[in-house]
Design a binder for this molecule. Structure first.
Ligand code: FEO
Length: 389
């Protein structure tokens, strides 16, 4: 794949993987992107996952043979040291021992932990504002701490106006799987991987706001070449914790179906009252990262769960922990609790959000004692009004 005349794709697709970062389901696989800039000096941009080292080196070799007369790389630029991008640095250096590694200071210390060497003789340390001249192409480095790890740098090729954005603007899914909808798997990826670090994403977006970017080359997912405002605007919305859309997500757990009946009733009431977007999700039976992504996507959240062992049902607890550790904020939340003797779930949930910013709970909650009755329906009607108020 050619990104532009002098910039080629040498990444790989992973269809073997079951869980990305050992936690996120990736039914369409994953791509680990790597690029080569061909100039007076040749720069390889990042490595790939451990299982694909041979294929990646072969891709590099083929590009160099076909497009660079068999020359060898001068630089390996390391934007991010997480192992899905760094695992083959050592292998690369065994193949190209005279190449220089271009990375942040912290990246070299992580390299030492990973490989037992920080390649002292081959280091070029870069930080905010550093420049690497390749010939026609000039790379400028932009510190991007915590997008996703603290050592991350982006680089901007002033000549081709390409931003090499590390994990930012990445998505789940291999590149040989057709997916015309970037937003959903990019959103799930963003909130899963980077969601906690919104403030850091905001800082780097500010730095990029005056940079003329025509192409974004992330470390996962497709190279972005058109309508870049769309992707940048989504990143601004997500990282500032603003809802992307109006809508109500009702996330629930139900042991014997009674809480689910209340959820279905509330969903119907909301629809009858004119709410266009109501979504219900059973937290025990759906991919958690998808539920988390949807909670951040919409402006209203209903949590419905049982009191369980004096606490709340485990899948609900896990869901709330995943939200709060990602700085869930700036949303309206309504609660439905169920309990057969001492319903306690609403109290537990409220305490779990105690440290979250700008969470507004509806004035009322709905308490079910084991099963719904006529009174429950009236309470749900009232709750719907408060959700939509
Ligand atoms: Fe794709 Fe944070 O590594």
């Amino acid at each position: 794949m050619t990104i532009c005349d002098d910039v080629k794709y040498v990444g790989v697709n992973d269809h073997e993987i079951d869980l990305f970062e050992s936690q996120f389901k990736v039914p369409d696989g994953m791509s680990y992107n790597s690029y080569v800039i061909l100039d007076d000096k040749i720069a390889v941009m990042d490595s790939v996952d451990e299982n694909f080292g041979e294929q990646w080196l072969e891709n590099i070799k083929n590009v160099l043979k076909n497009d660079a007369g068999g020359r060898i790389p001068d630089y390996l630029v390391v934007h991010h040291m997480e192992m899905d991008h760094s695992a083959n640095i050592k292998k690369f250096m065994e193949n190209y021992p005279d190449a220089k590694i271009v990375a942040s200071k912290m990246a070299f210390s992580i390299m030492k932990n990973l490989f037992g060497t920080d390649f002292t003789e081959n280091q070029i340390v870069v930080a905010e504002g550093s420049v690497l001249e390749l010939g026609k192409h000039t790379l400028e480095f932009i510190a991007a701490p915590n997008v996703h790890w603290p050592e991350v740098v982006f680089s901007y090729d002033k000549t081709s106006k390409i931003l090499f954005s590390a994990d930012a603007f990445g998505k789940f899914g291999a590149l040989d799987v057709q997916d015309d909808n970037w937003d959903d798997e990019a959103r799930r990826y963003y909130f899963g991987i980077v969601g906690k670090f919104g403030n850091f994403v905001q800082q780097v977006l500010k730095k990029l706001s005056n940079v003329n970017i025509t192409t974004i080359c992330p470390l996962h997912g497709p190279v972005l070449t058109e309508n870049l405002e769309h992707y940048i605007k989504l990143y601004d919305t997500w990282s500032s914790y603003q809802p992307e859309s109006e809508g109500v997500l009702i996330a629930y757990t139900s042991v014997y179906g009674h809480t689910r009946q209340a959820v279905e009733k509330l969903a119907q009431i909301l629809i009858d009252k004119g709410c266009q977007k109501v979504f219900t999700v059973d937290l025990a039976r759906n991919e958690m990262s998808k539920c988390v992504e949807d909670a951040f996507r919409y402006d209203k959240l209903v949590l419905a769960t049982t009191t369980y062992a004096g606490d709340i049902f485990p899948f609900m607890k896990e869901f709330i922990l995943q939200l709060t550790e990602r700085n869930f904020q700036n949303r309206k939340i309504a609660l439905i609790e169920n309990g057969s003797w001492v319903p306690n779930a609403a109290k537990v949930i409220t305490s779990l959000f105690e440290k979250s910013k700008d969470i507004t709970f509806t004035p009322s909650k709905v308490t079910i004692k084991t099963a719904m009755n006529d009174e429950t329906v009236k309470l749900l009607e009232n709750l719907a009004d408060e959700i939509l108020a």
